[in-house]
Design a protein around this ligand. Structure first.
Ligand SMILES: NC(=O)CC[C@H](N)C(=O)O
Length: 330
């Protein structure tokens, strides 16, 4: 019987990290090549027929729109040419949730794309990378992983790429999905999926970025008690095409930032209200009169994810109502 063909696209991160000692400290991420990652997973060759490609080798604090565009292009090409049955991306954890959401919206095929990484470098005691990679390959090789956008596998849990958020700086259970919980588990080489993510992904979104070499610049502005409008004004002056706020509570802006937001909107720069609070939605017309101010709400997307949707939205439209609709759909 032929094994499923899985393509591993390596981008770097701790999973490819190397340190001088066996503990967690003082290591460099994005050092090991993809063939070493695969070689460190015993039994993986029994799960799938694996090939690997190096897309980048960076700590994901240095992930960029340029690498996202390259990844998107390669994934679409692999499925167009029928080069694989499933794709696994290895990635640093710092921005893994952003890449997962970006690709969920932009890949044009409803086929398995699974993303994973690790918290301990490959040289550490009980490195978690090989197990996470084994689980990711198992999931990508399963037909159950299709039609879900990107799935993020970590520490034996499966999350929707849209919902996953890094919620621990150092622990092995680094990801949770604060609003929805995980969609499944993987244990002992077996997948249990409880649900399929319902938000539109892949071909069901209008975000075909084929041919684009960059995305409109969108900045995130974090709010706190007594926050001045310095950051928002500076981003607008620097030419940002959109602003996302990490607002207070239900996406609230203080007076200074409300005035700056209204000025930005008058210049044709959309402002999306997200929240620094990790659960719950930002709702329309609560304490903030969005109709009067001209603001948009992020629904339940964290600021870093709202930025991705706003960048993609701006490749299609500048219309406030249409962008608001996107935030409720995707
Ligand atoms: N655990 C990790 O992957 C963090 C390492 C690094 N900062 C990265 O995101 O790539």
């Amino acid at each position: 019987q032929k094994l499923p063909r899985i393509k591993i696209l390596a981008t770097g991160g701790t999973i490819a990290g190397k340190g001088a000692s066996a503990d967690h400290s003082a290591y460099t991420s994005g050092e090991l090549p993809v063939k070493d990652l695969i070689g460190a997973v015993p039994g993986i060759e029994k799960v799938a027929d694996i090939t690997g490609e190096q897309i980048s080798n960076v700590g994901s604090q240095d992930m960029s729109v340029a690498i996202w565009i390259k990844l998107n292009k390669r994934i679409n090409e692999i499925y167009k040419n029928n080069e694989a049955d499933g794709i696994v991306i290895t990635h640093g954890t710092d921005t893994q949730e952003e890449t997962a959401y970006f690709l969920s919206l932009t890949v044009r095929y409803d086929k398995p794309v699974v993303i994973t990484g690790s918290m301990r470098p490959a040289t550490a005691i009980s490195a978690d990378g090989p197990k996470n990679l084994y689980d990711a390959v198992t999931l990508a090789a399963s037909k159950q992983a299709a039609h879900s956008g990107v799935l993020l596998v970590f520490n034996e849990y499966i999350f929707s790429g849209r919902e996953a958020v890094k919620t621990s700086t150092t622990h092995l259970n680094a990801f949770t999905a604060p609003n929805s919980g995980p969609v499944g588990q993987v244990y002992d080489g077996k997948i249990v999926l409880y649900e399929t993510p319902l938000r539109k992904t892949n071909k069901a979104t209008p975000f075909d970025i084929t041919g684009l070499a960059s995305l409109p610049e969108v900045a995130v502005v974090e709010l706190y008690a007594d926050a001045p409008a310095t950051a928002m004004n500076a981003y607008v002056a620097a030419g940002a095409k959109g602003i996302v706020t990490g607002g207070l509570g239900n996406g609230n802006l203080n007076k200074a930032n409300t005035d700056a937001a209204v000025a930005a909107i008058k210049k044709g720069i959309p402002v999306v209200r997200a929240s620094r609070v990790p659960t719950g939605r930002v709702t329309l017309l609560d304490e903030t009169d969005d109709e009067k101010l001209g603001t948009i709400v992020s629904d339940d997307l964290m600021p870093q994810k709202a930025r991705i949707l706003l960048m993609l939205a701006l490749t299609k439209t500048n219309d406030r109502k249409k962008i608001q609709q996107y935030f409720f759909e995707y």
